[in-house]
Design a binder for this molecule. Structure first.
Ligand code: SF4
Ligand code: SF4
Length: 356
């Protein structure tokens, strides 16, 4: 059993995260899909646009003052995602271009189908993290959420990727249908040789929001009962585990990543958000086009970040007031943390480092 360090990952001024949704198309129809074609279209980013985006973020800071360190690219974590990013035939070229530009880390978030012969076209050392989504330790748990036959395909491709030397992680989106099966993920991932485990919580965005899938959402009790203990057991089995903090005690400091950190979520229709909770609304702070990255006039998400409320995250209060519990005197029972605030459990001697 490994000894484990537990820590809250502080927001940092000297690191930023660039999430590029190369396309919104996907071969799956997961029940909790966060993609919203009504807001982000059905287009595909062309190679020229992706190259200019990557070059722009490798060379420029968009906040007042320069980022610490000599190279902006070396301070930027890149996450390539979709839809399903491996459906983009130019994905291997984007990865190698980002490497040349010197990005701090490169992650690919895939649903595990790995189209376009991804494993053969991308050398394992070109990515820092190849992430597979898996929502249960068996077909009986995973497939009702992600689709028939998905479990077997994903597990087969995880094994192939591990065997070929890729740094492989798994993302589990906890919801009411699968949360009690989370402990069963630990022996499965250990057997597969997965070294990083990301636990997410289902949000009411995209398809989950449209379909009124409130039945998928977890209560605080359900989360507390299962997630921290499972995270610890995965870390004791040697995995680096990351999960959202979700709730803060009254004595814990609240910070909004939109104010104190830099995250950019780029969509194929040119919208660029800095907060994922805003993605179902035309509140994006920036637009990306041939002119570069242009700040939009108010009102955008940016004007909302500075509102200080006792409940913590202002977007949560506006969009999901039912998530917040109140005491008899009207004060909130707890603060809702920024959705980007993470807890990490790091086994001693694990070779990885913090990534988004
Ligand atoms: S959650 Fe991901 S894998 Fe599932 S349908 Fe949406 S984009 Fe595809
Ligand atoms: S989730 Fe809430 S706290 Fe985090 S960036 Fe968005 S508005 Fe700010």
């Amino acid at each position: 059993m490994s000894s484990v360090v537990t820590r809250t990952v502080a927001f940092r001024q000297d690191t930023r995260n660039l999430f590029v949704h190369l396309l919104t198309r996907c071969n799956l129809r997961c029940r909790h899909c966060y993609i919203n074609p009504g807001q982000h279209g059905t287009g595909v980013m062309d190679a020229e646009a992706v190259h200019s985006l990557l070059a722009l973020f490798a060379s420029r800071s968009f906040k007042d003052g320069e980022m610490a360190g000599n190279s902006i690219a070396a301070s930027t974590n890149l996450v390539l995602l979709g839809g399903e990013p491996t459906l983009h035939p130019d994905l291997p070229r984007f990865i190698s271009f980002a490497r040349e530009l010197g990005y701090r880390s490169i992650t690919v978030d895939s649903n595990g189908f790995l189209f376009n012969d991804f494993l053969r076209k991308v050398p394992p050392e070109m990515v820092d993290n190849l992430s597979f989504s898996l929502d249960g330790p068996s077909p009986a748990v995973n497939d009702p959420i992600r689709g028939k036959g998905v479990f077997d395909t994903v597990v087969t491709n995880i094994s192939r990727a591990v065997e070929m030397g890729f740094p492989v992680s798994v993302i589990f989106t906890a919801n009411r249908l699968n949360v009690r099966h989370l402990p069963g993920m630990v022996p499965l991932l250990q057997r597969l040789g997965v070294t990083r485990f990301f636990i997410q919580v289902v949000g009411l965005r995209g398809r989950a929001g449209e379909g009124g899938e409130t039945s998928l959402q977890l209560s605080r009790e359900e989360w507390d009962l299962v997630v921290p203990a499972s995270a610890r057991s995965a870390a004791e089995a040697g995995m680096w585990v990351t999960y959202p903090k979700v709730f803060l005690g009254q004595e814990e400091e609240f910070q909004c990543a939109g104010v104190v950190a830099e995250n950019y979520f780029v969509f194929p229709n040119g919208r660029v958000y800095t907060c994922p909770l805003c993605e179902d609304y035309p509140l994006h702070a920036y637009e990306f086009s041939q002119e570069g990255l242009v700040r939009r006039p108010p009102i955008t998400e940016m004007e909302l970040f500075s509102l200080t409320i006792p409940e913590g995250c202002v977007l949560n209060k506006l969009l999901h007031p039912g998530n917040i519990e109140y005491r008899r005197d009207g004060s909130p029972a707890f603060k809702v943390a920024c959705c980007m605030l993470k807890e990490e459990l790091v086994p001693e001697g694990h070779p990885g480092r913090s990534q988004p």
